[in-house]
Design a protein around this ligand. Structure first.
Ligand SMILES: Cc1ncc(COP(=O)(O)O)c(C=O)c1O
Length: 398
């Protein structure tokens, strides 16, 4: 007798429910490179929502490095790294990254998500405690869910609250304690108080893990990231995780720290061991990005100049830009439908910037999230500011 159950009915039902609540993603199509003036859905727009902060994804040196690597190494690595896919390019990238970061060693993962999901569950297990900032990124949350450790949350960027959790933890004899935080929080653009976190964790012997996806090639000396920004070392911050998918303009995750961190991580992370390694052009383009960061400081400098210009103009117009301390600039709108409308109107005015709405942020705090870019010209920025001014007045936001 066959079952009456329709095995796939939930796909349509749940999708339709998302549509009903306006929580579904409507994908726009980028028709060409991610550049300051980009073609999106057949319209030329000023790009304000790409993570390609420095414009490196379309940089001639990265493209040439990728083409050269295809010529010498082909388009694929042929295997996972522990078998036959550990190319000289992967090793060179890790040596260069460790040098750039001032760390003993680095390890490259296929993505930042794979780094968090693969490494976090290996660092702690039964008998351990993991303490996480309440606003940490979803890839950290998933990594935490994969651990068998006890879990605790501290209030966002609130070091006294972290201290409270650590004091509470003294009541139990935990084997290890891992404190984990985003470096730059992607919804608000604020920076984790990593120096304070280090100070508070030290007496507790807690290990510190920072996910610097949005600080990579943005914060610190020449874009060396959050550890450099706070003038800390990898003796203070034991795992500095990052991504090549944002300011580096390519794709891939990585961790930097001690030589033993690297050896431990590649022997234990299942995402690393059981998934194919980067194609040669990806590794080569990432190496070229490090060359550029080391030799062309203007990209990081321009990013911060553009940020200062844009945020100044937005404040002058009367917009609230929240807690931003970085090139992530939330333009606060309020209700979700108003933010969605704002984004649609901006697009009609030739500006591509996306709304961030509940449940990604709390109700009533919907915003347009602007991601600043080093390659935007004054003309581009002025065009964007004019559009924000027009739509802001039209929708009674300013
Ligand atoms: C804070 C944070 N961590 C990790 C990731 C994942 O990085 P990747 O895109 O390399 O998988 C992201 C990307 O959205 C992020 O914002």
């Amino acid at each position: 007798m066959s079952s009456k159950r329709d095995p796939t009915a939930f796909l349509k039902d749940e999708y339709n429910e998302l549509v009903k609540q306006a929580l579904d993603w409507r994908l726009r199509e980028l028709q060409g490179p991610s550049s300051p003036r980009a073609m999106v859905d057949n319209k030329e727009v000023i790009m304000l929502c790409s993570n390609n902060y420095l414009g490196l994804s379309n940089h001639p040196k990265l493209k040439q490095a990728a083409i050269d690597a295809i010529k010498t190494h082909g388009v694929g690595s042929g295997s996972v790294r522990p078998i036959a896919g550990n190319m000289d390019l992967h090793e060179e990238l890790e040596r260069r990254l460790a040098q750039f970061k001032g760390a003993e060693a680095s390890l490259v993962y296929q993505t930042g998500f794979a780094a968090n999901a693969g490494l976090i569950p290996q660092l702690v297990g039964k008998g351990d405690l993991i303490i996480s900032d309440e606003l940490n990124h979803g890839s950290i949350i998933d990594g935490v869910r994969l651990t068998r450790a006890e879990r605790a949350i501290f209030k966002h960027a609130d070091t006294p609250d972290l201290g409270r959790v650590l004091d509470e933890a003294k009541k139990k004899e935990y084997r290890r304690i891992l404190v984990i935080t985003d470096g730059v929080f992607s919804m608000d653009g604020d920076i984790a108080p990593l120096d304070q976190i280090v100070k508070i964790c030290k007496p507790h012997g807690a290990m510190i893990y920072v996910d610097d996806a949005h600080g990579e090639a943005v914060l610190g000396e020449g874009g060396r990231g959050i550890v450099s920004h706070f003038k800390l070392t990898h003796k203070d911050v034991h795992v500095e995780m990052g991504t090549f998918s944002k300011a580096f303009g390519v794709v891939g995750g990585h961790v930097s720290g001690s030589e033993y961190l690297r050896k431990f991580a590649y022997n234990k992370s299942r995402t690393w061991l059981l998934s194919g390694s980067h194609p040669p052009p990806v590794a080569a383009a990432c190496i070229a990005a490090i060359d550029i960061l080391e030799n062309e400081p203007k990209h990081v400098e321009n990013l911060w100049k553009n940020r200062a210009y844009f945020i100044g103009a937005m404040s002058d117009l009367g917009f609230n830009t929240g807690m931003s301390e970085t090139p992530i600039i939330p333009v606060m709108i309020g209700e979700s439908d108003a933010a969605q409308k704002f984004s649609v109107r901006l697009f009609e005015e030739g500006v591509f910037a996306l709304p961030i709405v509940y449940p990604m942020v709390a109700r009533g705090t919907a915003r347009i999230r602007v991601m600043m870019n080093a390659a935007l010209t004054k003309d581009d920025l002025n065009g964007a500011i004019t559009a924000f001014d027009k739509v802001g007045k039209e929708l009674n936001i300013i």
